[in-house]
Ligand binder design. Sequence first.
Ligand code: DC
Length: 229
Amino acid sequence: MVPDEVPVIAIDGPGGSGKGVITHKLAVHLGFHILDSGALYRVIGFAARNHSIDLDDEPALAELARTLDVHFEPTRDPESPLRVLLEGTDVTQALRTDEAASDASRVAPLAQVREGIGALQHSFKQLPGLVADGRDMGTVVFTDAVLKIYLTASAQARAERRYNQLIDKDISVSLHDLFESIQARDERDMKRAVAPLKPAQDAYVIDSTDLDIDQVFALVLSAVKEKLG
Ligand code: DC
């Protein structure tokens, strides 16, 4: 690595694979910045609704993406490590709803939207370094990342984790419905034409199906040590 180069660690993988937790733990450990790129697609969907922009109107969505007034602030809550401010208003909770996820999955496949947030995503690359969480961080946005991790787990394991999280919050759900919606989301993310979800050729793939979060973090840390010293 050139001494003044900003190191980027890309963490990609399917929804529910634990990328968010690992990204946060790693960024805290290294004192690096965080890019939650999924939150950007959620914000675009949310802002589009606020501005009465149709979710099929690609040019208008692209313009929104290019001019998005969004800021992330770190919090002390590991369950929700970033506060998202859209046009000065805290929209963190609103972005976690199923509606926001579904709107995000409609705007994310649009090529002009993805291009529109390119510069914004790159603006997160600042010293001392960046941990970037998403689907295409290592394959498209930060192809020069010093370390690319692809974190995955079986759909069944991810559905069970989500089920247990919701049950802990006294929210009753069907494990079967969760499994089906995770499979449908994987299919959409992996089969889309633009920036499909896949491991970068030089990615370090971690399958967390039979690992707990501490075991995954230990593997990530040893990979980081190897690359960053
Ligand atoms: O990770 P998430 O659930 O917050 O992502 C929201 C949506 O954005 C989801 O449909 C996948 C998509 N996404 C993407 O296409 N590219 C990224 N780099 C991150 C998320």
